[in-house]
Write a protein that binds this ligand. Structure first.
Ligand code: SAH
Length: 364
């Protein structure tokens, strides 16, 4: 048995069934044995692959978005660039290359990376060696009091969720227990209050809530309201809060049992964009979208960028570029399931990539 499973079992024996969000937090970011903290899980040889690892165009377009937003904001000299969960640093490296061409003064500004993984920090340091990089471990998501342009791709899905379940007419919640000597999901009494306004559940239905996610998004929205700036939150998920069990583990690009060998597989939950948008809405910060990743990338000019890159590409490179474009934008791949939500200082007006009528409308 791996050390992390021993630690989890010991805590369950001492304190009783472990709430799912606690289990996810330990599996992903336990300081010594967590999935992210102990290794580099990304890329073709890893467990899953993400948009910036699929195509350089993804990060380039995010960089152009940042440059454009910075101009809209009146080019504040004290702006910082930020990324939450930067993985291998690929998105930021591609973004900075594009920003250097579009807005060189912005590319010279400090880049703050919110990262819990010492292993990935090393990879990021190599990828971003020539930029002015600073790290924070995520306990404080907001490193400075300057206007901020932030991106987070596949970060929110890694922040833990609770699963609330209707059992015999009563709300209970999923927790991990030891049954017949195996880690087993059980229905435990609610360990803490649940927010108002959850959808009505039928017997056996589950709804997921992400208190840690919402706190994090609230902190970003607060920073933007106070200091200016904008954030792009990109992830897979749904537009409305709805019942469903979306917690999943991935290993070597295949699904893996959620409770098997914790810390050896990625563990995520789909993002409830309605909950995230509600958390992000406050006086001074407006919320736009979510819109599909396809729509967002096409509006930022991905087709033109593809055409430009194809002009100087050899055969295999051209095939890669075209395949990457399809994978990121095709509705049957990542174009629809992946969504892009924008928090933006109200003073910025409508952010790049969104229409005036695309403010988030569900404010209940
Ligand atoms: N954005 C990258 C990587 C996504 S994987 C990409 O698109 O390729 C998730 C990233 O979030 C990793 O860098 C992981 O180490 C980081 N992460 C996960 N949970 C975290 C937490 N609680 N605090 C800070 N970083 C976290």
């Amino acid at each position: 048995m791996k050390p992390l499973e021993k630690i989890i079992r010991k805590e369950i024996r001492a304190k009783g069934p472990m709430r799912l969000d606690r289990y996810m937090a330990l599996a992903l970011t336990h300081p010594d044995h967590g999935y992210y903290t102990s290794q580099d899980p990304l890329g073709a040889g890893g467990d899953f692959i993400t948009a910036p690892e699929i195509s350089q165009m993804f990060g380039e377009l995010v960089g152009l978005w940042m440059a454009d937003m910075w101009h809209r904001m009146g080019q504040p000299a004290d702006v910082i660039i930020a990324e939450a969960g930067p993985g291998r640093g690929t998105l930021m490296a591609d973004a900075l290359r594009a920003i250097r061409r579009a807005a060189p003064a912005l590319a010279a500004r400090p880049v703050w990376l919110i990262e819990a993984s010492p292993a990935l920090k090393k990879v990021q340091e190599t990828a971003l060696g020539d930029a002015d990089i600073h790290w924070t471990d995520g306990s404080d998501p907001l490193p400075r009091t300057s206007p901020m342009l932030l991106v987070a791709n596949e970060f929110l899905d890694a922040l833990p969720v609770r699963q609330i379940i209707m059992r015999d007419g009563e709300l209970r919640e999923h927790a991990v227990d030891i049954v017949d000597n195996a880690l087993t999901m059980v229905d435990a009494p609610l360990a803490a209050a649940v927010p108002d306004g959850l959808p009505l559940l039928n017997e056996g239905e589950i709804v997921e809530i992400g208190p840690g996610r919402e706190d994090w998004v609230e902190a970003v929205a607060f920073h933007i309201a106070e200091n200016g700036g904008a954030a792009l939150l990109i992830d897979y998920g749904h537009e409305a809060t709805a019942p469903g069990d979306t917690v999943q583990a991935m290993k070597k690009h295949a699904y893996h049992p959620v409770l098997e060998k914790p810390g050896t597989a990625d563990l995520t939950a789909h993002v409830d964009f309605a909950a995230v948008a509600r958390a992000g809405w406050r006086d001074g910060t407006s919320v736009f979208g979510p819109i599909g990743q396809r729509q967002f990338l096409l509006r930022l000019g991905m087709e033109a960028r593809l055409a430009q890159l194809l002009k100087s590409a050899d055969g295999p490179t051209a095939n890669n570029l075209t395949a990457g474009f399809r994978r990121l934008t095709d509705p049957t791949h990542m174009g629809h399931l992946f969504k892009v939500l924008c928090l933006s200082a109200t003073a910025n007006g409508t952010p790049t990539g969104y229409g005036d009528d695309e403010t988030f409308s569900d404010r209940t």
